[in-house]
Design a protein around this ligand. Structure first.
Ligand code: ZN
Ligand code: ZN
Length: 248
């Protein structure tokens, strides 16, 4: 039995999908890391980031799961694997639900605001919370900051991202017509416009819970094309650029 799966008929828009969830997130899927890697190979995704919800999410893995990720295989089915987390921002001070020492052993961290874990403040307060949450060097991405329930000052947030070497994502799930995050399109457009003006790189991500939507960024690509966002700023179009700039 071969350990490599190839599927030359599928050419994904992105080569790296860094925002994906396994059964360790506690909802949406029973898939394990192996199931995700197998599907990534089938879909010609070269670099797969596993980013399960931090422990403040009801039913998600506890800290020992994140502590143990360092022991997992770095390549499966020919796919490079990187292990991170979608950490929850807990408060206006930017505290995260994964302590610094455990974050330090991960490859990357996405910081996100979720209800009811984070209580939204004003745009200025939410922006400050994001910026404070960027202080750990493993924080590499901002998750779905297009959500109108958590308004932000995009200019200030993108400027701070550039300074910290953090990239906002364009989240495909936010843009789905039946998304559980409602009315994210206006925020996504503001985010893209600001990133284009300030030359801030971004990633596109599937936010797939399980293998089913892995690598799927169709809605995000449609929006990118609609607003003429420069493709050169999309870091995960190319695996090498992604690993050199976002997963160091
Ligand atoms: Zn999220
Ligand atoms: Zn997610």
């Amino acid at each position: 039995m071969t350990s490599t799966i190839t599927s030359p008929t599928i050419i994904p828009y992105i080569k790296a999908d860094l925002h994906t969830h396994t059964c360790a997130s506690g909802h949406g899927t029973g898939d394990r890391i192996t199931d995700m890697a197998r599907e990534a190979a089938r879909r010609s995704i070269e670099l797969l980031g596993i980013s399960d919800h931090g422990p403040a999410t009801l039913g998600s893995a506890d800290l020992s799961y994140f502590r143990s990720l360092i022991l997992c295989e770095r390549t499966r089915f020919g796919v490079e694997l990187r292990y991170g987390a979608e950490a929850n921002i807990l408060d206006a001070g930017g505290a995260l639900d994964i302590p610094d020492d455990i974050l330090g052993n991960l490859d990357f961290c996405i910081i996100s605001m979720h209800r009811p874990i984070y209580t939204s403040g004003s745009a200025a307060e939410n922006t400050r919370a994001y910026i404070r949450a960027m202080r750990h060097k493993k924080v590499r991405f901002i998750g779905h900051c297009d959500d109108p329930r958590f308004p932000v000052d995009y200019r200030e947030l993108v400027q701070a991202s550039l300074s910290a070497g953090v990239m906002p994502e364009l989240n495909n799930v936010s843009l789905l017509p039946d998304s559980y995050r409602k009315d994210c399109r206006a925020g996504a457009i503001k985010l893209l416009d600001t990133c284009a003006v300030l030359s801030c790189p971004i990633i596109l991500s599937s936010d797939s819970h399980g293998h089913e939507h892995l690598g799927e960024v169709t809605e995000a690509v449609n929006l990118i094309q609609e607003v003429n966002f420069p493709e050169t700023l999309i870091r995960n179009r190319n695996t090498a650029r992604c690993t050199s700039t976002s997963l160091r």
